[in-house]
Design a binder for this molecule. Structure first.
Ligand SMILES: [Zn+2]
Length: 79
């Protein structure tokens, strides 16, 4: 996906950026009661691709301002 791609939800233009966090960025099927190593949560998907030079986890993300949505490609994630 690059900046010329269209939002699959509304067809608007998307802008490439990042989601960043001090912890690994993870999709989980259910909310946890406590912060747990995401590698031990069943069916979780680690979205972050790595740390930058300042110790910040990040993943490429695409913003659609028209429908106020953010999309993440997780094809890099371990399956
Ligand atoms: Zn959209």
């Amino acid at each position: 996906m690059d900046i010329k791609e269209k939002c699959f939800k509304c067809g608007g233009e998307v802008e490439k950026g990042y989601i960043q966090s001090s912890r690994e960025i993870t999709w989980v099927p259910k909310l946890s009661k406590m912060i747990t190593d995401p590698h031990f949560i069943n069916d979780s998907i680690i979205l972050s691709t790595g740390l930058n030079n300042f110790g910040i986890w990040h993943v490429d993300a695409y913003l659609c301002k028209r429908c106020e949505s953010v999309f993440v490609d997780y094809s890099h994630a371990e399956k």
